[in-house]
Write a protein that binds this ligand. Sequence first.
Ligand code: SF4
Length: 282
Amino acid sequence: MANTGSNQNANNEVNLMPMSEAPDKWLRKQYLPHIWCPGCGIGTILRQVIEQFTKLGWRNDEVVFVTGIGCTGRASGYVNAQTLHTIHGRALPTATGIKMARPDMHVVAMLGDGDGVGIGGNHFIHAAKRNIGITAIVVNNRIYGMTGGQVSPTTPSGAKSSTTPYGNVEPAMDVSKLALGAGATFVARAHTANPVYLGQLIRRALEHDGFSVLEVLSQCPTYFGRFNGMPDPVQMLEWFKSNTFMAKSPYDEKEGKIPVGVFRDDKETPELSKSYRKLWEE
Ligand code: SF4
């Protein structure tokens, strides 16, 4: 008998929906239980990623799943696909090499905020500029989790971390604006409090032919939450719901809230590995 689990639609209404075979097909169950803290958002995101792999009908041997270092970086160990757990900030250059050599593969990089736009920031910009056919899912928990809750490039101004105990004096980097400015051809933002909508955007990012960036606001109750008055993950999910709004641009403004939605979906710009192959064949 199929399991059932609670889930939500785009209007945050809770439904009961049948679970799929995704965990059986896409998880290396021999490595469970995972290392993530109770209530961490990474599991919610990974669940939606493997759900979309299943819905797309992709085979395990045609998906390359690449991560860097950090809590999010550990995801590659649990995914039953072709996987690489690379060094800090270097998931995207590794994924770029794979895509150039094997344009037929589905290449997915799952990055943390520090990994993606901190130490890996230059790689992020150049992958976007090249429009290489990689899906980058940036798990933005707004802090360095694995190493003890240090300030990250996306930590909001005024937020506390282990290295900003009196509040961050720097402004936060906006991952979606950075992706747009650097030339990514699909850019979207979602959060973990609405897994169905998150899954829909993951699907669109995976299907996009070019560099697609999905920024996902995710809860780190252990560090960001505990340092900032939200130690219970449910408090963080409620915060996402009440502090975001649907928008068409990351520049849209509404009462100081964070815009979520699809910000760019450009299907015209040529994808790099295809352009390169074409030139090579000519
Ligand atoms: Fe998740 Fe934070 Fe724990 Fe890392 S430290 S596993 S991001 S809750």
